[in-house]
Design a protein around this ligand. Sequence first.
Ligand SMILES: Cc1cc2nc3c(=O)[nH]c(=O)nc-3n(C[C@H](O)[C@H](O)[C@H](O)COP(=O)(O)OP(=O)(O)OC[C@H]3O[C@@H](n4cnc5c(N)ncnc54)[C@H](O)[C@@H]3O)c2cc1C
Length: 382
Amino acid sequence: MTVIVGASAAGLACAEALRRKGYTGPLTLVGAESHLPYDRPPLSKQVLSGDWEPARARLRSAEALSALDATLVLGDPAVHLDVPERAVHTASGRILKADNIVLATGLRPLTLAGQPTLRTVDDALTLRKRLLGCTNAVVVGDGVLGAEIAATARRMGVAVTLAGPQSAPMALQLGPRVASELASLHAAQGVSLRLGAAVTEVSEDGVLLETGEVLPADVVVVAFGSAPATDWLQDSGLTLGNGIVCDSRLRAAEGIYACGDVARWHHETLGRMVRLENRTNATEQGIAVAANILGADEAFLPVPYFWTDQFSAKIHVHGFVSPDATVVEGSASEGRFVVRYHRDGAVTGVLGWNMPKQARQHRAEISLRCPAGVAASTPGAA
Ligand SMILES: Cc1cc2nc3c(=O)[nH]c(=O)nc-3n(C[C@H](O)[C@H](O)[C@H](O)COP(=O)(O)OP(=O)(O)OC[C@H]3O[C@@H](n4cnc5c(N)ncnc54)[C@H](O)[C@@H]3O)c2cc1C
C-alpha cells in the first residue's frame, strides 16, 4: 500500500510514475481540496485573465485518473502522521496505513486578513471577480507571483500598482540586469511600479509605504511569500526546517518520502540542502520518489528550471542566477535574448527571454559545483 498526501503536481506525478514502473499495489491519493488535481501555473495567467475556463487547468481527465487505479480521497486533509505506525490520519477520521507514504503538500501562502492572494483555483476565481469590479489594484510583492498577477491584471484593463522592497520585479530570481528589463516592460504596459520601499500597512485607504506614500486601492493582492505546508506534521517527529528535511534520496524517514514544493533535500552535487518551488521540479521529484520507492536508490540531482510569462515575455531560467550576467544571443532591443550567469569563472545559469530553445542549448554549460551563495539566489531555492 502506498499513500500519497497532496493530490497535485508532485503527488500525481509520483502516482503515475509508480504505475508506469510496474507498481501494482493499492495506491491512495489524499487531497485537502475537493477539486480533481489541477495545475497552478495557469491560475495567475489564463484562469485569472478569463482566457481559460478553470476546468482547462485540470492535470488529467476523469478517464485518465480512473485508469490510474488509485483511490482519490479529496476534500479530506491529512491532520496527523504516525511515523512508527506509518499511518496517515485525515480530518474525517480515516486512518490510512501504508508501506510507503509520500508527502507532497506544497505551500500555504502568507496572507493578510481580508486581502486576496493566489494559490488555489478558488483563489483565482475570487481574485478575478474582485479585479473585474475594481478601479485601483495594488499588488504587494515583487516576486514571480506578484509580477505575474500585476501583468495579468493590467491585461484585464485594471489600473495596477506593483509594490515591493526590491529594485525591480523578480530581481532575486532574474538578477538585476534582466529584472530591469522586466521593470521596463511592466512600465511600458502601464503598470505603476513603486519598488524599493517596504509596505508598512494595509488599511481601508490603501497601502502605506515606508516612505509615507499611500497607494490608493480598492483591491490589495497579497503575494509576498508562502511557507511549506507542514503544520500538520509538527508532532510527527519528522525533521522540519523550511520544508520536510530529506536525504539525497528524498527520504524523510524509513518508508516516508517527500516531493515538490514542500521537500527540502540534500542535493549531492551542490553539497547543500535545497528546496525548489517550481512546476518542473514537482514532476521530476515525484518521478524520482517513485523510482526510489521501487528500489532505485538514486540521488536526486536536478538543474533547477522555471519559467514565467508576463506580457510579451516568456522567460525561462535554468540553473542559478548571479549578478554577473552576459548577453550571449539576441539583444534586449530585439525583445529576445539569452543571458549567461557567471560566478568565479563558472557558468551558474542561463536565461532565455523569448528564446526558450536557445536557452536550452546553453544549459549544458552550467556547472552546479557553484558557491552556495549563488544557489541561494534562485527562486524558491532555500
Ligand atoms: C499561481 C501560481 C502560478 C505559478 N506559475 C508557475 C510558473 O509559471 N512556472 C513554474 O515553474 N512554477 C509556477 N508555479 C509553481 C508551481 O505551480 C508549483 O511549484 C507546483 O504546483 C508544486 O507542486 P506540488 O504538488 O509540490 O504542490 P501544490 O501544487 O501546492 O500541491 C499541494 C497539494 O497538497 C494539498 N495539501 C496541502 N496540505 C494538505 C494536507 N494536510 N492533506 C492533504 N492535502 C494537502 C494542497 O491542497 C495542494 O492541492 C506557480 C504557482 C502558483 C501558485
